[in-house]
Design a protein around this ligand. Sequence first.
Ligand code: ZN
Length: 237
Amino acid sequence: MTGRLALTFDDRHVDSWVSARPLLDGVGARATFFLVEADLLDRREQSGIRTLLADGHSIGSHGARHRNADETIARAGAASYLADEIDPSVQALRALGASAQTFAYPNSRRDEASDDILLARFDHLRTGGPRTDDPAVAARAISAPGSSVRVHPGRGIDTARGEHAHPADADVLSGMMRHLADRGGTLVLYAHDIAASSPANHIHPDRLRRILIEASGLGLDLVGMDALPDIEGHREH
Ligand SMILES: [Zn+2]
């Protein structure tokens, strides 16, 4: 039973993502990039997105303007949220050639109402959970083989934000990857910028390389979220 590691990257760090292509190619990994402000990209960014798509990576929506889904739906209603935050993003992504089958919650803000509304539009949603050091709690981010999970908790792997370093929790992630290798299942990872330093949340390229090599050595499938199993009967688009 093969474990599956779904790599995802959020926001609008297109240049960095393009630069990281050799890292992903080095182990045959494919990833999903969750793009915000897809309608505002300049020509270079548009070209970068097309390059990532041509490599076989997938591009999902991270909203048009990074609005909190739960809060916006509660305040403005579902129709307004979809018209302002989702439709413009999906239309811009499709114009770039992306399928936009997946969505990552900005700021990991979600609730049952937002899940219901967005699961009618997307195959899979990704949120985020606490970056716990407790291996038993961390393992809850792993979906068991054959489960029909469509809202994926995700595990953060950024190394820092600006000068502020995130927890050095490589051993916890190693344990999660061994769990996947031994028992199968799916784990979604997320990061943002890919750079040695950045004012934004970012993963150092060396750290990303180590994760990819370790996962590859364990025989995990390194896929984007578009490759997660479809739910029978779904797919309205
Ligand atoms: Zn974001």
